[in-house]
Design a protein. Structure first.
Length: 201
């Protein structure tokens, strides 16, 4: 679950954050002062708690029919479990900073930025970009996000579910297969470095 930061307005964050990344050197150390600044603006540290699974069947497709949306995202940095990502999701652009994972949780700060600036930053990201279609499927009161990857990651499907706390018990749909929450190969930041199409069978 992501807890929203408080302090500056969304417009102020968009302007300051995107202009910093448009002018920075592309290393995590260069981002550190800005990251610490924005974390200090928050009333609390936002946390993402997420589990990842492979799919065991296509039974999820029927409830997800017509609900997919195309996403393009890239990484300016992915170092030691930390990452700085820009994502274009339809008419919306976001800039996201994630910290190292501890179990299934990790720090996450996410900001809306102007679409045009998001597209510019995306052009600065290392290749390949992550191209995928995301589907939302609701099961037993939980929202599952299913990513069907394209381009260099064609053929990979991953289901994610966000939790309120690390010990939360959830019902698993029949179409969910092996859990890969601890397998770094399935992190999007790793797929941008070592795409699914390059993995040995």
């Amino acid at each position: 679950m992501r807890r929203r930061s408080r302090g500056r307005s969304g417009a102020e964050h968009s302007c300051v954050v995107s202009r910093f990344f448009l002018n920075a050197e592309w290393s995590f150390e260069a981002f550190k002062p800005a990251i610490l600044f924005f974390m200090n603006q928050s009333m609390c540290h936002p946390i993402e708690i997420e589990r990842k699974f492979l799919l065991s069947s296509d039974a999820w497709r029927e409830p997800a029919a017509g609900l997919g949306r195309r996403i393009s995202q890239g990484y300016l940095s992915a170092d030691g479990g930390r990452s700085v990502r820009v994502r274009i999701d339809g008419p919306k652009a976001t800039l996201t900073v994630k910290g190292p994972r501890v179990g299934i949780s990790r720090p996450e700060l996410q900001y809306l930025i102007p679409l045009a600036e998001g597209q510019t930053i995306l052009g600065l990201c290392y290749r390949p970009l992550i191209e995928k279609t995301r589907y939302n499927v609701f099961y037993e009161g939980m929202k599952w996000e299913i990513d069907e990857f394209h381009a260099e990651n064609e053929g990979l499907l991953v289901a994610e579910v966000e939790l309120d706390h690390v010990d939360q018990v959830i019902a698993l749909p029949d179409w969910v297969g092996r859990e890969v929450s601890d397998d770094q190969r399935y992190y999007n930041s790793c797929l941008a470095r070592v795409p699914f199409s390059t993995w040995e069978a």
